[in-house]
Design a protein around this ligand. Sequence first.
Ligand SMILES: CC(C)(COP(=O)(O)OP(=O)(O)OC[C@H]1O[C@@H](n2cnc3c(N)ncnc32)[C@H](O)[C@@H]1OP(=O)(O)O)[C@@H](O)C(=O)NCCC(=O)NCCS
Length: 151
Amino acid sequence: MRFRSMQLGDLDMVVGIENIVSPVPWPTNQFLDSIQNHHSKVLEYSSGIFGYAIYSYQSDQAELLNIAIEPKSQGSGWGRRLLRLVIEGLPTEVKKLFLDVRVSNFRAIRLYHSFRFEQIGERESYYRTSNEAMRENALIMCCDVSDSRQI
Ligand SMILES: CC(C)(COP(=O)(O)OP(=O)(O)OC[C@H]1O[C@@H](n2cnc3c(N)ncnc32)[C@H](O)[C@@H]1OP(=O)(O)O)[C@@H](O)C(=O)NCCC(=O)NCCS
């Protein structure tokens, strides 16, 4: 397994996974922008990419913008490993890691709780859903990076 920076040539595989795992997938341009302006990492087997994480940081704060594992590889500890690699790779001056998550995404919320993320707020009707007429709230979560590094 390799953990490396996302490259332009990865976009087709990454977008392919995103289209399966996300109710409202990021378009290719958003991943392109992430390669150019954020930190974008992939997990790769010899057979191809099976996970990715996008994050940004500035001074003492970081934000996890997207994280996913392709469906066949989910539930085997890869999401946990990927999040750990992201946290371990943050510069030492980063103290807090923030993220937004759909209230219905119990699997991700459980993962975040296990890294000692706590809910610090909620955004009403923040996310679009596959039903144009429905919106979904986002939980705003935050962890203390030094605590999470010990997990
Ligand atoms: C969320 C996601 C990244 C987790 O990756 P994963 O490889 O499936 O998760 P892991 O196998 O590493 O499991 C890590 C933890 O997630 C939680 N989890 C995983 N599968 C779960 C399930 N079926 N039900 C409930 N919790 C689950 C558990 O807390 C688990 O820890 P445990 O095994 O010690 O109980 C992955 O499910 C995914 O890509 N989902 C779709 C995209 C997404 O929702 N991204 C998050 C956006 S905020």
